[in-house]
Design a protein around this ligand. Structure first.
Ligand SMILES: CC(C)(COP(=O)(O)OP(=O)(O)OC[C@H]1O[C@@H](n2cnc3c(N)ncnc32)[C@H](O)[C@@H]1OP(=O)(O)O)[C@@H](O)C(=O)NCCC(=O)NCCS
Length: 341
């Protein structure tokens, strides 16, 4: 059985920086830099311009990851795209990315799959890719986490609890087969569907009749409650801490790689306070954690691959290191993975 290792990483964020002060000044949101920083650690985020979608951001990240791996897009056997903000409700983002990478023109009609597990989406996709590679079904799987949140945020005071948290971006890794003794050593996912409504965007409620109500002029009308995401922030916070700690402890017990043996911790970037709390509970030293929430906000499925790409570029991530990843998000879903780099 081959091992599945990360042969290349790439990250991309759109160029437009939106600071906390910009949310007040340009969008008129009743908030403040102090409020946002104190509760979340976020200083700024990136917003993509109109016309740019998650597959566009993903394509930029994917090209960097492929280049880093020394591969052409035509070497890929599969594309997995983790996102909660796909181009369309269906067919999602992976097929758009395939086309953008030139695979259709090259006659490479490989499998393309979206993974819809929100903030845990990248780890769900990574585990899936590793299994595909280890089974021998694929040699190179492109795994992308990409989000264009800014288009679907209620950027008004009404939506401030959520709108101030999220940003746009994409990260990509190539998961490849190797005979070397390295790669994804462990992954485990979890979910608790009892809390499906605690963080959700119910715009697609297929149980509704009519699905989209029409007014007397025959114009479809979707209420704002349906359109924007809703979140019970305190419940999310509480469960995030509990589940992230649990997932890490289970990973350590299963792999017998314990805290001090881990060289780098990559936590999903939802909230600096959640991460500091989890790190405190587990006794993880500050210098083994990397963050980007201050610069990008919560980029959902993109946070961990963006961290990987940045840490690989700045030398924090070195061959042979043991890297523990952990995420929690809407569903509730969560996951942890241990990678020997
Ligand atoms: C969202 C979060 C920062 C809110 O912090 P909180 O201390 O729980 O704040 P509350 O929601 O109780 O709101 C407290 C007050 O601040 C206000 N408020 C909310 N967002 C605000 C903002 N961006 N700016 C200013 N005030 C804000 C609320 O309206 C409320 O005002 P009120 O007391 O007059 O009603 C916090 O709950 C959190 O971090 N939760 C986890 C969220 C998360 O990580 N989500 C992604 C998971 S993948």
């Amino acid at each position: 059985m081959p091992n599945a290792y990360i042969s290349g990483t790439g990250g991309y964020v759109p160029p437009r920086v939106v600071t906390n002060d910009d949310l007040v000044r340009d969008y008129g949101i009743d908030t403040s830099d102090e409020w946002i920083q104190k509760r979340t650690g976020i200083k700024e985020r990136r917003f993509a311009d109109a016309g740019v979608g998650s597959a566009d951001l993903g394509a930029e990240a994917a090209r960097i990851a492929l280049d880093d791996a020394g591969l052409a897009a035509t070497d890929l056997d599969m594309i997995l795209f983790a996102t909660l903000s796909p181009e369309h409700h269906f067919p999602g983002s992976a097929v758009y990315l395939q086309e953008k990478l030139g695979l259709c023109d090259a006659g490479r009609f490989i499998g393309c799959m979206d993974i819809r597990n929100q903030c845990s989406g990248f780890l769900y996709a990574l585990g899936t890719a590793a299994s595909m590679v280890q089974s021998g079904a694929c040699r190179h799987v492109l795994v992308v986490g990409g989000e264009t949140h800014s288009a679907a945020l209620d950027l008004t005071t009404r939506g401030r609890t959520i709108a101030t948290l999220f940003g746009d971006g994409a990260g990509a890794v190539v998961v490849s087969a190797t005979d070397e003794d390295r790669g994804v050593r462990y992954w485990k996912m979890g979910a608790d569907g009892r809390f499906a409504d605690a963080l959700s965007q119910p715009v697609w409620d297929i149980r509704k009749r009519p699905f989209i109500p029409l007014n007397e002029d025959g114009v479809g009308q979707v209420s704002t409650e349906m359109l924007w995401a809703t979140m019970d922030g305190r419940k999310v916070f509480r469960h995030a801490v509990e589940r992230m700690c649990g997932a890490v402890m289970e990973a350590c017990q299963s792999t017998e790689v314990f805290g001090p043996d881990v060289d780098l911790w990559l936590f999903h970037q939802a909230n600096m306070r959640i991460n500091q709390y989890v790190a405190g509970q587990l006794g993880i030293p500050e210098d083994k954690l990397v963050h980007n929430i201050d610069r990008y906000g919560n980029t959902t499925a993109a946070t961990i691959p963006l961290l990987m790409a940045e840490a690989a570029r700045d030398g924090r991530l070195q061959r042979g290191m043991k890297v523990m990843c952990v995420a929690f998000g809407s569903g509730f879903t969560w996951g942890a993975a241990l990678i020997e780099w």
